[in-house]
Design a protein around this ligand. Structure first.
Ligand SMILES: [Zn+2]
Ligand SMILES: [Zn+2]
Length: 329
């Protein structure tokens, strides 16, 4: 881990205004991904996984189209061209190259259940993320997904979780995992990022999960702020500035801004808890979450359902009970 990232203090003490919120307070670990060159021994988004060389790489065999899409190397090159030209117009040569890179390619002889290698999305060591709900004997969470938004409704990438004992996996590490020939959507291809985890960031429940009377008082407070706002700035809002921290995070409260809250209950009957929030933007709905040290809007380039968020939930009774996802986007 390199230098930390620090969430600024909230713009005001929201519990002083609404003491009932104390009962809905939670904490999350913001991951603060930043472009870098992580190793298998680092927590990362889009970095190499600590994967035993003799262990089969997981594949998706669920039935869906998988024979057409973008090439992974083209997606990375397209982003490099845009990054190089961030403060100038694209050259004619760059435009021409981008047109070629943005082509979708057909892969011959791939049926709808042909095993497609999953893409490594993230890995998190418990030493870096203290609230990671690792099962006994495991200290590393690895997240992979199928690079086609063809799983469940609405269409989401198929998320695969692997809990591992990192001590038992360090002898011979896989260096060249198989890659899918094409991906269905470029937003599922992460750029390699190192993480700067910040535990203990305070959050509150999504507004629709609060008592109705508290919701109404919060709405009145927000309306008052809108009316008194004269300089054209963005007034504070409960859901954007206080409820759910922006960006990739582990634990804490879930963002439900698109569908509204759904009960997430495990097949064993236990209410599930948020494991990981995969977010397209590190700002969320408010600039108040930009850390003190730097400002990077979308370091991972990951977005689900175009510019949506994916919440991954697990069962607190036993993470092996399987996970559920909720797409907000
Ligand atoms: Zn799939
Ligand atoms: Zn369960």
């Amino acid at each position: 881990m390199t230098r930390p990232r620090t969430t600024p203090p909230r713009p005001l003490d929201i519990e002083a205004l609404f003491p009932e919120l104390a009962a809905h307070r939670g904490t999350t670990t913001r991951l603060h991904p930043r472009p870098g060159t992580p190793t298998p021994y680092d927590s990362s988004v889009g970095g190499p996984l600590l994967w035993p060389a003799d262990e089969p790489w997981p594949t998706c065999t669920q039935e869906h189209r998988r024979n057409k899409g973008r090439r992974i190397e083209d997606v990375h090159e397209e982003r490099r061209i845009h990054a190089a030209a961030h403060d100038r117009a694209l050259t004619d040569g760059e435009r021409e190259r981008l047109t070629a890179l943005q082509r979708r390619h057909k892969v011959p002889d791939i049926g709808d259940t042909h095993p497609v290698p999953l893409l490594a999305l993230a890995q998190l060591y418990a030493r870096d993320v203290p609230n990671l709900p690792a099962p006994p004997g495991r200290d590393l969470l690895q997240v992979l997904w199928c690079p086609f938004e063809a799983h469940g409704l609405p269409h989401t990438p198929g998320v695969h979780l692997r809990w591992r004992d990192s001590e038992a996996a360090t002898d011979a590490v896989l260096t060249n995992p198989p890659l899918p020939p094409v991906v269905g959507y470029e937003g599922l291809v992460p750029e390699p990022c190192v993480l700067h985890p910040e535990p203990g960031v305070v959050e509150y429940a999504w507004p629709e999960l609060l008592d109705e009377e508290v919701q109404l008082r919060i709405e009145e407070w927000e309306e008052g702020l809108w009316e008194s706002e004269e300089d054209g700035g963005e007034p504070l809002s409960y859901d954007a500035d206080f409820a759910v921290a922006a960006g990739w995070k582990v634990g804490g409260h879930a963002y439900w801004g698109v569908t509204g809250p759904h009960p997430m209950v495990c097949s064993c009957g236990t209410p599930m808890e948020l494991l990981l929030a995969i977010r397209p933007s590190e700002h969320g709905g408010s600039r108040s979450w930009i850390p003190l040290e730097d400002e990077v809007l979308a370091p991972t380039h990951v977005s689900v359902g175009r510019v949506g968020s994916l919440n991954v939930f697990v069962c607190p009774a036993d993470p092996a009970h399987g996970h559920r996802t909720s797409l907000q986007g």
